[in-house]
Ligand binder design. Structure first.
Ligand code: PMP
Ligand code: GLU
Length: 394
């Protein structure tokens, strides 16, 4: 079968692939522990489930406007106002089937053939593939480990060409868990304004920050930067609603209108029942969000201390999200593997622990461990990794 060039040029999502592989091995009777999945292990809070159930019983089961239910957009506007002091109107918001779909629709709507998009590494796996699916070209700028995996304004300036149309920022970052400070964002923002780059600010891990660190959006830095930014967010991570598939974009009204036209031909609208769930998520009690955050912080502290004790691993302590992204180059070479990819493969096949190799995130010396799983499972995983390394270390 002759597939389109576009479809042939993209790779499957490494994160979803590893998660599926771990699940399949488990189903086949192997005692595999998966630290691959980037999704909270908590149940969706009960009041959200009840609101969704109620909406179904009320017969609210029809199509909604393509950009989402007006009530949900109002809840999102209110959330922006309360949490970030950002003011948006209804025509500046589109609700999509997950933040992933919001990003996809944005790139489809904004990019022309061969337009360039700056993607700092390490990056979340879907950004480059989505840019390529829209005919664009990802331009990688290395967030160096010695700079906490963050990019500098000088590096961005050096990567800009007359083809550059946008830059993706993701703070807190998947996979590194790093956060940009207000000063860092202001300095990066100057370069974006100078070259008229659309700033795609993926803030899906906004609520998951630790040790007093606070998420700041580049749109909060100045009105000028807000006008240059599209914020991407959603309820998947904050309210443990990954399977509900509700995310959104907030930004320039003309762009949002184009995205709405596009969505009207792809999904029609995000699932109606999920939209009612998301209204309850934002309008209801926020204690569950904080409870989950605290649980993640506790897990992070435990796991981090034990991970850095394993020989050959070094790790910057993350400030947000729910991943550790250690450098495992030394662990790989001293256990006899030519790359961290090979080491990660052996960990899965021989020690039955699934991690995501950093190559999928553009950082081949690292591996990603998700701690969005129970403390007991994390304990067992770290025991297995430590034993594997100890037994093979030369
Ligand atoms: N951005 C980042 C950085 C993510 O890690 C995820 C999680 N897969 C998403 C966007 C998409 O989230 P969702 O589509 O579940 O809203
Ligand atoms: N964000 C999660 C991860 O990075 C979910 C998987 C995905 O959508 O890529 O693992």
């Amino acid at each position: 079968m002759q597939l389109s060039k576009r479809a042939s040029s993209i790779s499957p999502s490494t994160t979803l692939e590893i998660t599926a592989k771990a699940k399949a091995l488990r189903a086949a009777g192997h005692d595999v522990i998966g630290l691959g999945a980037g999704e909270p292990d908590f149940n969706t809070p009960k009041h959200i489930i009840e609101a969704a159930y109620h909406s179904l019983n009320e017969g609210l089961t029809k199509y909604t406007p393509s950009s989402g239910l007006p009530e949900l957009k109002e809840s999102i506007i209110e959330k922006f106002r309360n949490d970030q002091n950002l003011k948006y109107s209804s025509n500046e918001i589109i609700v999509c089937s997950g933040a992933k779909h919001a990003l996809y629709t944005l790139f489809q709507t904004y990019l022309n053939e061969k337009d360039e998009v700056i993607i700092p590494t390490p990056f979340w796996v879907s950004y480059p593939e989505q840019v390529k699916l829209a005919g664009g070209i990802p331009i990688y700028v290395e967030g160096k480990e010695e700079n906490s995996f963050k990019v500098t304004p000088e590096q961005i300036e050096a990567a800009v060409t007359e083809k550059t149309k946008a830059i993706v920022l993701n703070s807190p970052s998947n996979p590194t868990g790093m956060l940009y400070s207000k000063d860092e964002l202001a300095a990066i923002g100057q370069v974006c304004l100078k070259h008229n780059l659309l700033i795609v600010s993926d803030e899906i891990y906004e609520k998951l920050t630790y040790d007093g660190a606070k998420h700041i959006s580049i749109a909060e830095v100045s009105e000028e930067l807000k006008n240059q930014t599209v914020i991407i967010n959603g309820v998947s991570k904050s309210h443990s609603m990954t399977g509900w598939r509700i995310g959104y974009a907030a930004g320039n009204a003309q762009l949002i209108k184009a995205m709405t036209n596009h969505a009207s031909h792809s999904t029609s609208n995000p699932a109606t029942v999920s939209q009612y769930g998301a209204i309850a998520a934002y309008n209801g009690p926020q204690e569950p969000v904080e409870m989950m955050r605290q649980a993640f912080e506790e897990r992070l502290n435990n796991l981090y201390e034990r991970l850095i004790e394993i020989e050959g691993f070094t790790c910057i302590k993350p400030q947000g999200a729910f991943y550790l992204f250690p450098n495992a180059k030394e662990a790989a070479s001293r256990t006899g593997y030519s790359s961290v990819d090979e080491f990660t493969k052996a960990l899965l096949e021989e020690a039955n622990v699934a991690l995501v190799p950093g190559s999928g995130f553009g950082a081949p010396n690292n591996v990603r461990l998700s701690y969005a799983t129970s403390p007991e499972i994390l304990d067992e995983a770290i025991v297995r990794i430590a034993r594997f390394v100890r037994e093979r270390m030369k």
